[in-house]
Design a protein around this ligand. Structure first.
Ligand SMILES: [Zn+2]
Length: 888
């Protein structure tokens, strides 16, 4: 919005004239071209996708031409693409956006807001309604739809819609994964007219995380999540939020809320009621528009906080999911009546029922259908945003106040992150993450000294501890993120089984990051004076690390610290000498096997101070050099296997390797078959991949093959028989192979290891654990477990578990981690059915094979870059390939 719009009469005269021009046109000032005029194609036309730069260019054209539209840059993607936020509202509102944003912020965080002022703000404010499109980039419809929706807003003369724009500010993010939009459109166009038209890509549609980009909204590791998080909780404070997706092609045509069970326990029930209200408004408008096959109360639950709109529920934002049936990208699909299926939660048969009153009969399904369903539902979202303006604004205020009040009156009064943690880096990372989420964090006024708690929790908290008051609007978010999870046992019908989880069942940050968080009820007083402690807000976290004094005996870094590895990598790749000490240093409190020693004179104290700040890890000077057995740490050359069947775990592994400063080379099937990694890498890592994908490049099971779409010729096949033999030989000659999670199955088979996966082929009725934190016991004197505690939490997601056999003369083996002796001790957070199958089973096994080594890590040690506490197992496994025994 920079120029005034032309009158509707002039528009009516100009638009037909433009329509006659055959080629795409740039907008003249004040003229609003339709997407069709701009693109030369109708939105959603068969086999046509507007490429991402064109989508942005078109929206910018609308911005220039219409005073109902303005655009701000919300941020930039991983690969540097702009992420625009299109603001759709009346010209009058466009002039006062800062004011409306401020009102939304005050209502979301009504600290010290009087009743009178609150009423005035509700009366003055507008509904802020966020719409995000195509986070999953193959779900192409909504990005295309965004152009037509914005055009409709820019040009409408419908008095109803104009009134909606007075009451609401609709924020439209046409893609929250633009990198993927670029990839998917390019791939689709490349294979148009071939047998692979509309088929899958052999790589992820996000540089690192592909489909898991919608699993990152509590950990915020990816740029796109950070941008959306910023829009939601730091910049715009929307009250309602619609996230538009697509699903499979042979079920209902569209899913809208209400969502299915289970409901997350800590979410305010008004969130569900408001989502239901908005969803039902959509169903109604879709039905009126003759859009058949809309269902609700099925498939998608309301339980887990990892997705964009899900995380919002715990922060009093009503997030909605819609899912439209997919075509083959932009290629129409013909679906026969007999091919339509139920067989999902809430829709056992594909037939008329209360949550699915107008089944679609089958026929041709095309991109234009997706666009039209989304146009109607997005329009309905705007309509409801206007109609219930006062309700949404009042309820955000109500939920924020209730949360704050409960934090004041119920237990706990505060979550405390005590100073002096086992891993101070991870503790700082956790607090920093909460701050980025918009949580209020405090610290006792440092002049008051340590703090005493009256009841519950610890007796005293050392100076420097973080206090997170429960009395704040995001209290529910704290409850869910800082506690352990117990999956709710919902029985869908009398005599029925417990509803199985749709997705993962744990997200407890203290467990996954290995940070102690204490629930405490106060009242807090100072130790000395016993006066009430004074708390001050913490705007930013104090990171460990800083100036380093000169160390005559060299310098020590604790192996415990999350980013110790970042510092070590920086040093060894600069050619500096670094050692791991096998024995703890008596002179140093808390020293443990594996502590990292840098000899004196290797690097200046000043340079180490800089490194300490940058890696955010403490580096301690030593008065005397250590003596005794040690390992010299050498730079290792890492090869990371990359299957053509795009692997999420492969992408996440690449991401964490880069984050912690490990250089690596991706090894595709061609390199694996040719064995060209020999002499070039010291360690090969296989990310979690099923055995048949590794071996043959395609799944074997009938179930998996139902959804299997072959890749084009350069991307077919797997490591193959030859590649497997070469890998074996390479290990026997001294290579180190690290198999993560499910890829252990392939490695056990390939090498004939004396290890069996006891969960192989065990049916889901007997064992089920789709994503939980389990207790493991470790041997911290084994170099693989350096820096770990004797007991840790490991993220287990349909992972293997190992039965080992006594070693034979050719294969030595050590069990480095295993599950507890009692079934009841295994589950820490989430859902675990059939725990007894894990009792005493090995979780991490280190095997010597010939001159080389095979390491099986039987769970997701680096899953989605979340379980910081177990990253170390992977890092240690990589370093093992280059450790040299020595005596200091
Ligand atoms: Zn999706």
């Amino acid at each position: 919005m920079r120029l005034p719009s032309i009158s509707s009469v002039a528009l009516a005269l100009l638009v037909p004239a433009l329509a006659l021009q055959a080629s795409p046109v740039a907008a003249a000032p004040g003229v609003v071209p339709s997407p069709e005029q701009f693109l030369g194609h109708k939105v959603g036309e068969d086999r046509f996708l507007a490429p991402w730069p064109k989508v942005v260019e078109y929206l910018r054209t609308l911005d220039a031409a219409s005073d109902r539209i303005s655009i701000e840059t919300a941020g930039y993607s991983t690969q540097g693409n702009e992420m625009p936020l299109v603001i759709l509202t009346s010209p009058e509102n466009q002039k006062r956006l800062d004011r409306y944003r401020e009102i939304a912020r005050r209502l979301a965080d009504p600290d010290n807001l009087s009743e009178e002022d609150a009423k005035a703000l509700v009366a003055e404010g507008k509904t802020i309604a966020l719409v995000t499109c195509s986070i999953h980039s193959t779900e192409v419809g909504s990005t295309q739809m965004a152009m037509e929706f914005a055009y409709d807003v820019a040009t409408t003369r419908d008095p109803k819609m104009l009134a909606w724009l007075d009451d609401a500010i609709l924020l439209l993010m046409p893609s929250i994964n633009p990198d993927g939009q670029v990839m998917v459109v390019d791939w689709y166009n490349k294979y148009l007219g071939t047998p692979y038209e509309g088929g899958p890509m052999p790589w992820l549609y996000h540089l690192y995380v592909g489909h898991d980009n919608n699993r990152d909204f509590y950990m915020l590791t990816q740029k796109e999540s950070q941008v959306v998080n910023d829009v939601l909780y730091h910049r715009w404070f929307p009250q309602i939020f619609l996230d538009e997706h697509q699903m499979g092609s042979t079920g209902p045509r569209m899913f809208v809320p209400p969502q299915a069970d289970p409901l997350a326990p800590d979410v305010h029930s008004l969130i569900f009621r408001q989502a239901d209200l908005l969803g039902t408004g959509m169903s109604m408008r879709l039905e009126e528009a003759g859009k058949l096959g809309v269902g609700s109360n099925m498939i998608f639950d309301s339980y887990w906080p990892g997705g964009t709109r899900n995380t919002a529920w715990w922060k009093n934002v009503t997030g909605l999911l819609t899912e439209v049936a997919s075509a083959r990208i932009a290629t129409p699909m013909s679906i026969a009546p007999g091919e339509l299926r139920g067989g999902v939660k809430g829709l056992p048969e594909y037939q008329r029922q209360s949550n699915f009153p107008s089944p679609w009969p089958g026929g041709t399904w095309r991109l234009r259908d997706i666009v039209e369903y989304e146009l109607v539902s997005t329009r309905s979202f705007l309509e409801s945003a206007s109609r219930y303006r006062e309700t949404f604004l009042t309820n955000v205020l109500r939920m924020a106040r209730e949360a704050t009040e409960r934090g004041r009156t119920e237990s706990p009064r505060a979550f405390v992150v005590p100073a002096g943690q086992y891993d101070p880096v991870a503790a700082a990372e956790l607090v920093d993450l909460l701050l980025r989420h918009g949580v209020r964090v405090e610290r006792a006024d440092p002049t008051g000294g340590p703090v005493v708690a009256g009841t519950a929790g610890r007796e005293t908290y050392p100076a420097g501890s973080y206090f997170i008051p429960a009395a704040q609007p995001y209290r529910q978010f704290l409850l869910t993120m800082l506690r352990k999870q117990r999956y709710p046992e919902v029985i869908p019908y009398v005599g029925g089984p417990v509803l199985p989880p749709y997705d993962i069942t744990t997200w407890s940050l203290p467990l996954s990051m290995g940070v102690e968080v204490v629930e405490s009820d106060g009242p807090f007083t100072t130790v000395d004076s016993r006066q009430p402690a004074r708390f001050v807000p913490v705007p930013a976290v104090d990171w460990p690390g800083g100036a380093v004094d000169n160390g005559v005996g060299g310098y020590l870094i604790s192996h415990r610290a999350d980013t110790a590895v970042t510092a070590v990598n920086r040093l060894i790749f600069q050619g500096k000498r670094v050692y791991w000490l096998k024995k703890p240093l008596e002179a140093v409190a808390g020293s443990a096997p594996g502590d990292i020693w840098i000899p004196p004179g290797e690097i200046t104290a000043e340079a180490l101070g800089k490194l300490s700040r940058e890696a955010r890890v403490a580096i301690q000077p030593l008065a005397a050099p250590p003596a005794g057995p040690a390992f010299k740490v050498k730079p290792v050359r890492v090869g990371l296997y990359k299957p053509w069947v795009a692997s999420l775990d492969e992408g996440w592994t690449r991401f964490v390797l880069e984050q912690y400063g490990f250089p690596y080379e991706s090894l595709d099937n061609t390199k694996m078959r040719d064995g060209t990694y020999r002499g070039r890498v010291d360690v090969v890592v296989l990310p979690a991949t099923e055995a048949d994908i590794l071996d043959r490049g395609e799944p074997a099971s009938e179930e998996a093959r139902r959804y299997w779409d072959p890749l084009p010729p350069p991307y077919t096949g797997g490591i193959g028989g030859d590649g497997g033999e070469k890998l074996k030989k390479w290990v026997q000659d001294g290579g180190t192979l690290v198999a993560l999670d499910s890829s252990a199955n392939y490695v056990i088979r390939l090498f004939g290891l004396p290890v069996r996966n006891v969960l192989d082929k065990v049916p889901e009725e007997e064992f089920h654990c789709p994503g939980s934190m389990l207790r493991i016991r470790l041997d911290p004197t084994h170099p693989l477990a350096y820096g770990m505690r004797p007991e840790e939490a490991a993220y287990f997601g349909d992972s293997p578990a190992f039965q080992t056999s006594p070693s034979d003369p050719l294969i030595g083996r050590s069990v480095v981690a295993s599950y507890p002796d009692e079934a009841g001790d295994i589950l820490l957070s989430g859902y675990l059915k059939g725990a007894k199958r894990l009792v005493k089973k090995a979780a991490v096994v280190d095997l010597t094979v010939g001159k080389g080594r095979v390491i099986l890590i039987g769970f997701r040690a680096q899953h989605r870059a979340q379980p910081h506490r177990t990253f170390k197992l992977l890092w240690n496994a990589l370093y093992l390939a280059g450790l040299e025994e020595t005596t200091l």
